[in-house]
Design a protein around this ligand. Structure first.
Ligand code: EPU
Length: 419
C-alpha cells in the first residue's frame, strides 16, 4: 500500500497548472462512444479513474490511443456491450454513464452497480426513473443493472429529478441525445461539467439547450459525429492547492482555471482572512496569518462544493475560533474527521454537521485516507502540521489527482511517496 510522507511547516509558494477536471473526463470519455467517427479529447488528466475508464472501453472493443500531453483518441465502430469488466466498473462511480451511452447506441446495456468513494448511501434511483421514462426496461439483480430499449430508439420524455443529481443529469443527457424526439430534464444539476458535456455533445451535432440551468432540453438526433474537445480545469484540484496555501501559511497561484467556478471557495477563504485575487485564468491565495473560523454549508453548484468540504474541514481544524461545517449532499462525508483527530484536531460530528474547535497547530501522525477527498484533506492538514504525517491509502488520492507529489514538490512541499 502506497503512502505519502509529508513534512509540515513549509509554506507552499509559487504557481501550479491545474489539470483537466476529473468529473468532466469521466463523462466525456463514455460520451465519445456516441460518435460515428473518432473523437479526440484533450486536457484529460492522468488519474486512476481515467485509467480505469480507458481499460473498460478497450475491454469492450473500442480503440483508445493515449497521446502525449493528455490527449485521448477514442473510436468505437463496434462495441461488445456485454463485455463490461465487472471489477473495473465497480471501482468507480462514473461507470454508470455506460448505461445511458450503451442504451442510446446499442439499445441495451448490462452494467454492474457502480462503486466509488464511500461517502454514504449513493442510490441510482433517479437514473433508473429517467431511463424508464425514455422507454427502457430496467432490472437490477445480482449486482448488475440490465436495461433494454423497448423500441429501436429511446424516445424523448419530460423527466423531473426528485433530487438534483449530477450523475443522473449527465446519464440522461447521454441517453437522450440520440433518442427520438425531445427530452426535458427538470431540477437538473448545474455543475460546470454538465455544461462541459453539453458543449461536447453540441459540437458532435447534438442539440442540448439550457445546460447550466435547472431545465435542460435535448432534441434527439439519429447520428453524432466525432470531434475534438478540450475539457475544463478541475476546480476541486485548484481548491485543494488554495486550501493547502492556507494551512501551510503560503502563497499559491492556480493557473488555467475558470475563476468563476472557484468563487465559492475564494469567498470562504477571504472570509477566513486570506488575500484572494483573480487575474485572467489564474487565482492567487496568499496567507495573512492564522485563518479565522468560518461556517460552511455544502450545496449543489453554485454553492460550496461537497468535494471541497473535506479539505476545508482540515483547514478549519487549525483556524482561530469555532467553525461549523454542514454537509448538504452526502450522509457519510466525515470519515476524515477521525484521522484529523489523530493529528490533534478537536472536532465533534453530529449527523451531517461538524463542530470544529480550532487548535493552534495540528501535529504529524500516521493517518489513513478512506476516500479520495479524505486523502486530499489529510494532505492539506499535513502540510500545516508540526512534524511528519504519513498518509496511507494514497491509491484513493491517485484516483482523482494527477501527480500530486510532483505538484506539491514544485510548490516547495516536503513530500515523499513510499511503497
Ligand atoms: N441521489 C439520489 N438518487 C440518485 C442519484 C443521487 O438520491 O439516483 C442523491 C445522492 O445520494 C446524493 C445527491 O443525490 O445525496 C447528489 O448525488 P449526485 O448524483 O449529484 O452525485 P454523484 O453523481 O454520485 C458526482 C461526483 C461526486 C460529487 C457529486 C456531487 C462524479 C463521478 N462524481 O457524484 O464526485 O461529489 O457529484 O457534486 O461526477 C469526487 O469527485 O470526490 C466525488 C465524489
Amino acid at each position: 500500500m502506497a503512502k505519502l510522507s509529508i513534512q509540515g511547516g513549509h509554506p507552499l509558494a509559487g504557481q501550479v497548472r491545474v489539470s483537466g477536471r476529473k468529473n468532466s473526463a469521466v463523462a466525456v470519455i463514455p460520451a465519445a462512444l456516441l460518435a460515428d467517427g473518432p473523437t479526440r479529447l484533450d486536457n484529460i488528466p492522468h488519474i486512476g479513474d481515467v485509467a480505469a475508464y480507458v481499460a473498460i472501453l478497450r475491454a469492450m472493443g473500442a480503440r483508445v490511443e493515449e497521446e502525449a500531453g493528455g490527449g485521448l483518441l477514442i473510436e468505437a465502430e463496434r462495441l461488445d456491450a456485454r463485455a463490461v469488466p465487472y471489477d473495473r466498473m465497480t471501482q468507480m462511480r462514473a461507470s454508470y454513464y455506460l448505461l445511458g451511452v450503451l442504451l442510446a447506441r446499442e439499445g441495451e446495456a448490462e452494467v454492474p452497480l457502480p462503486g466509488g468513494c464511500d461517502i454514504g448511501p449513493r442510490p441510482i434511483d433517479q437514473h433508473i426513473k429517467g431511463l424508464r421514462a425514455l422507454g427502457a426496461e430496467v432490472d437490477i439483480s445480482h449486482g448488475i443493472v440490465r436495461a433494454r430499449a423497448l423500441s429501436r430508439r429511446l424516445r424523448g420524455a419530460r423527466i423531473y429529478l426528485d433530487v438534483t443529481s449530477v450523475g443522473a443529469t449527465i446519464n440522461l443527457m447521454l441517453a437522450a441525445c440520440r433518442a427520438e424526439g425531445t427530452t426535458v430534464i427538470e431540477n437538473a444539476a448545474k455543475e460546470p461539467h454538465v455544461v462541459d458535456l453539453a458543449t461536447l455533445l453540441n459540437a458532435m451535432g447534438g442539440h442540448v439547450v439550457g445546460a447550466g440551468t435547472d431545465a435542460i432540453r435535448i432534441h434527439g438526433t439519429q447520428t453524432l459525429r466525432g470531434v475534438e474537445h478540450a475539457i475544463i480545469a478541475d476546480e476541486i484540484e485548484a481548491a485543494t492547492w488554495l486550501l493547502a496555501a492556507a494551512t501551510s501559511g503560503g502563497d499559491v497561484t492556480v493557473q488555467g482555471v475558470i475563476p468563476r467556478h472557484l468563487e465559492p471557495i475564494a469567498a470562504k477563504l477571504r472570509e477566513a482572512g486570506m488575500a484572494v485575487e483573480e487575474d485572467g485564468d489564474a487565482v492567487r491565495a496568499a496567507s495573512r496569518g492564522r485563518l479565522r473560523a468560518v461556517s460552511v454549508k455544502t450545496l449543489p453548484y453554485p454553492g460550496f462544493p461537497t468535494d471541497a468540504q473535506q479539505p476545508m474541514t482540515a483547514c478549519l481544524a487549525a483556524a482561530e475560533g469555532n467553525s461549523v461545517v454542514t454537509e448538504g449532499i452526502f450522509d457519510g462525508r466525515f470519515k476524515h474527521v477521525e484521522e484529523l483527530k489523530r493529528m490533534g484536531a478537536r472536532i465533534r460530528v453530529e449527523g451531517r454537521t461538524a463542530f470544529i474547535e480550532g487548535v493552534p497547530c495540528l501535529s504529524g501522525a500516521p493517518v489513513q485516507a478512506t476516500d479520495l477527498r479524505a486523502g486530499a484533506a489529510l494532505v492539506v492538514a499535513a502540510l500545516g502540521a508540526e512534524g511528519t504525517t504519513d498518509v496511507g491509502g494514497c491509491e484513493h488520492v491517485d484516483r482523482g489527482y494527477e501527480d500530486i507529489e510532483g505538484k506539491l514538490r514544485a510548490l516547495g512541499g516536503q513530500v515523499r511517496r513510499e511503497g
